[in-house]
Design a protein around this ligand. Structure first.
Ligand SMILES: Cc1cc2nc3c(=O)[nH]c(=O)nc-3n(C[C@H](O)[C@H](O)[C@H](O)COP(=O)(O)OP(=O)(O)OC[C@H]3O[C@@H](n4cnc5c(N)ncnc54)[C@H](O)[C@@H]3O)c2cc1C
Length: 481
């Protein structure tokens, strides 16, 4: 590949100011929120679908890998260009193209930030339901690619339940429209295949999203526990008693302390765990359901239970939960977030074992969880400047995932597989399962140029990847590949 010729060809498509090819510029794009990094050869900023299509056609002709990127908040390394190549940043394609109130949908470009859509439709009493904790920065294109979840997904479902249609640039540059504005499209569910495909099958350039109507009433309860076990049991009891909260989140002692020091959200500093439980619906429904939940909490030895009395108090409780990942920076310079799922009744047992894994490896682990979905997010704290610490963190992460699978769960709730978990796919899938998935990948991308190295276990011959760990050290390749 002649770098200066490719640079000129890219500049001819998107204009000179929209191509980065010098290492001092491209290095900015070497990382997402995972613990590895790799520098792309080029970063390009298209302003429309036809630009994306032309860039992809060029890459296809020249045999150059393509890596799409939204905001780079992905936690499984999906946007890390492990084989170099052209990174396509979708951040300049950030327009909300249409808000259709009568059909309760919006048409957006992929670079629109998640929260901006809800802000834009809130004057109509509407909102976009999937709300990752990163929603202030992550893009809707990234959400589609990762099938993102969030705090309110226990009731509303994850991204795939809200995508009606997509415009996609396929790996040969062809532009296709999948699904559409109607609710029940006929034929194969190609939208379903594309959602969660992590940029390995196509680049999403337009999204048709379902919008939800705000409920008449909303209330948030905080339940305070002296044991994480009791909090875990309460989660299964709430759902088991036929109540569907719109959010049911858990935080452990370390997370609580980190948040209180920075946000002052009103969580008690001496608690071992808190649950945040939100209900939406008619005022009468909330009046009946909250006392039921309160009883279940006390039956599981809650120390205290209270409902936020003002909108400010409610917002502060949620601000605390959404700030854990940032607040934990007070305790350690880095953390590695795991994303396993377990059946809800297994939450207490699995959380106990997660804490043990940390102790056995002398690692601090702060636990937050989309508990209503059984989706654990242990944040394993570390300092990359300490030799060997990142290796121990990666090993602990793997142990946690095995624990989740043994408990009848799965290896990712919402963060995707990326380069983080491809080696764990075999915990869940047989060789035949993986071959079947590879056939789909080959059908869309016969040259294997779209986001190579992601999702599928890396074949032994393909280990010459450019990737390196964050911080100064080296991580043994066999620890993470
Ligand atoms: C503090 C914090 C909290 C988080 N909380 C949550 C949470 O609650 N729930 C949750 O699900 N996730 C969460 N995440 C993870 C992350 O925010 C999501 O995975 C999000 O969907 C990534 O969006 P992004 O725009 O940053 O995508 P990126 O990180 O840029 O990319 C993610 C993947 O999508 C691909 N991609 C990006 N754009 C496109 C496109 N237009 N077409 C095709 N492929 C594309 C990339 O190649 C990559 O594989 C959190 C992350 C952080 C840092």
């Amino acid at each position: 590949m002649n770098k200066s010729i490719i640079t000129k060809k890219l500049e001819a498509i998107v204009g000179k100011g929209n191509v980065l090819s010098q290492e001092e510029d491209t290095i900015v794009y070497e990382q997402d929120a995972f613990v590895m990094r790799a520098t792309p050869d080029f970063v390009v900023f298209p302003s429309g679908t036809s630009d994306v299509s032309e860039i992809v056609k060029l890459a296809n002709r020249e045999g150059i890998p393509i890596v799409p990127r939204g905001a780079g908040t992905g936690i499984s390394g999906g946007a890390i260009p492990v084989s170099g190549g052209i990174m396509i940043s979708l951040t300049k394609m950030n327009k909300i193209l249409e808000i259709d109130i009568k059909n309760r949908l919006a048409v957006v470009e992929p670079g629109v930030v998640n929260l901006e859509l809800t802000k834009a439709v809130s004057p109509y009493d509407l909102f976009y339901a999937p709300d990752p904790s990163s929603q202030m920065v992550c893009t809707l294109g990234g959400n589609v690619a990762e099938n993102a979840g969030g705090i309110h997904c226990v009731a509303y479902g994850v991204t795939t339940n809200h995508v009606l249609g997509l415009q996609v640039v396929l790996p040969d540059g062809e532009v296709v429209e999948l699904g559409g504005k109607s609710i029940d499209p006929t034929g194969f569910d190609l939208v379903g295949i594309m959602v969660g495909s992590e940029g390995t099958l196509g680049i999403v350039t337009k999204i048709i999203l379902r919008l939800m109507r705000r409920a008449e009433a909303v209330g948030t309860m905080i339940a305070i526990f002296d044991s994480i076990d009791d909090a875990g049991k309460t989660v299964a009891d709430v759902i088991g008693n036929g109540i569907t909260p719109t959010a049911l989140e858990m935080m452990d002692a370390l997370s609580i302390r980190a948040v209180e020091e920075t946000i002052h959200a009103g969580y008690p500093l001496d608690a071992e765990a808190v649950l945040l439980i939100e209900l939406e619906g008619l005022k009468e429904t909330l009046k009946r359901a909250f006392p039921l939940i309160r009883d279940l909490c006390f039956r599981n030895s809650a120390r205290d239970v209270r409902i936020a009395e003002t909108e400010n108090e409610r917002e502060l409780l949620w601000k605390g939960r959404k700030s854990v990942a940032g607040a934990i920076g007070k305790i350690a310079p880095n953390h590695y977030t795991q994303d396993g799922v377990v059946p809800r009744p297994k939450l207490p047992e699995v959380l106990r074992k997660v804490i043990e894994i940390g102790k056995n490896r002398s690692l601090l682990i702060a636990n937050v969880a989309h508990a209503g979905d059984g989706n654990l997010h242990p944040l394993i704290l570390f300092d990359p400047r300490h030799p060997g610490e990142l290796e121990r963190v990666i090993e602990a992460g793997g142990e946690i995932l095995k624990l989740c699978v043994d408990a009848g769960g799965t290896i990712t709730g919402e963060h995707g597989v990326g380069i983080e978990k491809n080696k764990y796919m075999s915990l869940l899938f047989s060789e035949d399962d993986i071959k079947a998935m590879e056939k789909i990948k080959d059908t869309f991308d016969p040259k294997g140029l779209f986001n190579p190295g992601k999702i599928f276990p890396t074949p032994k011959g393909c280990r010459e990847l450019r990737v390196r760990p964050i911080g100064a050290g080296d991580v043994q390749k066999d620890i993470w590949i």
